[in-house]
Design a protein around this ligand. Structure first.
Ligand SMILES: N[C@@H](CCC[C@H](N)C(=O)O)C(=O)O
Length: 288
């Protein structure tokens, strides 16, 4: 099996190009195991998960993403930019504007080609955030929002703003994202019974009305260098807490680099950022 390893701001995935092939080249149950094995840094390649690029009946292409622990997620912002760059560079498309189906819905992407014909930036229309508890999903009245609401996990109380960008995010606002022990808080909240499908946990510091800092504990992968859907969720969360203004491009600083995120007046969230190659290769003896 040929693979390409790519990253968006250090959030790295092993991509398998299955375009034109049946979606299940492997048995369906083998993908979680493949992701766990490949993601292992000692016995595999080392990654935050795997991505399958498939043909689609509803959009130009389809993306599936499995986390490091083998769980399948419905969306992945950094993965979408990598997939868009890969598809364009490998001439699966001629137009830089196309659509990708995810389990969370269909998104449109635009790749930006520079003078050397090298794609550096990709913009994705990530669609509308889902704000109701029932859509995230999380416990409580399914028709209400979670805006700076207090929850106790273990001994500690946390104020969470929660929403889904296709995948669930719990966001809390802090004075300094580097002072927080995310490796302790992250798993406590991820596995809490408040979130029946688990959750990605983000900490955000609003620097001013145009810039935020953001760190993430990802469901199924732990601490990563960046999370695209999480950056979108952070901007939406800060906006509904009146800390940012809608329709303003916000610079989101993540440990792996920056993303520009805008929640427009029609309710769509736009993400612009880089996508990069790490290496290409071929897998042997995956299931030994
Ligand atoms: N890193 C991704 C999100 C990957 C999935 C996430 N861990 C989940 O399980 O929801 C991104 O860039 O959005």
């Amino acid at each position: 099996m040929k693979f390409t390893k790519m990253h968006g701001l250090g959030n790295n995935y092993i991509l398998f190009d299955q375009v034109g092939y049946p979606e299940n080249i492997l048995q369906e149950q083998d993908y979680p195991e493949l992701s766990r094995k490949i993601s292992d840094v000692n016995f595999g390649i080392g990654s935050d998960g795997i991505i399958l690029i498939c043909s689609s009946e509803k959009a130009d292409f389809k993306m599936r993403i499995f986390n490091e622990d083998g769980s399948e997620a419905k969306n992945c912002g950094n993965g979408l930019r990598c997939v868009a760059k890969f598809l364009y560079d490998n001439q699966h498309v001629t137009s830089p504007h196309f659509t990708i189906e995810t389990l969370g819905g269909i998104v449109s992407v635009v790749v930006e080609v520079d003078n050397n014909k090298d794609v550096e930036y990709v913009t994705v229309d990530m669609g509308e955030p889902k704000l109701l508890k029932g859509m995230i999903p999380m416990e409580g009245d399914p028709f209400t929002l979670t805006v700076n609401e207090s929850y106790t996990f273990g001994e500690e109380m946390y104020k969470l703003t929660c929403l889904s960008m296709g995948n669930p995010h719990a966001i809390m606002f802090v004075d300094n994202v580097h002072d927080v022990a995310l490796e302790e808080i992250g798993p406590k909240i991820e596995y809490s019974s408040v979130f029946p499908e688990r959750v990605n946990v983000g900490i955000v510091h609003v620097k001013n009305r145009k810039e935020i800092d953001y760190r993430v504990w990802e469901r199924g992968s732990g601490i990563t260098m960046a999370c695209g859907t999480g950056a979108c969720a952070s901007v939406v969360a800060a906006t509904i807490n009146n800390l940012l203004d809608q329709n303003q491009a916000i610079l989101v600083h993540l440990p792996g680099g920056n993303l520009s995120i805008r929640w427009d007046e029609q309710g769509h969230v736009w993400m612009r950022g880089e996508a990069s190659y790490i290496c290409h290769g071929e897998l042997e003896h995956v299931f030994n």
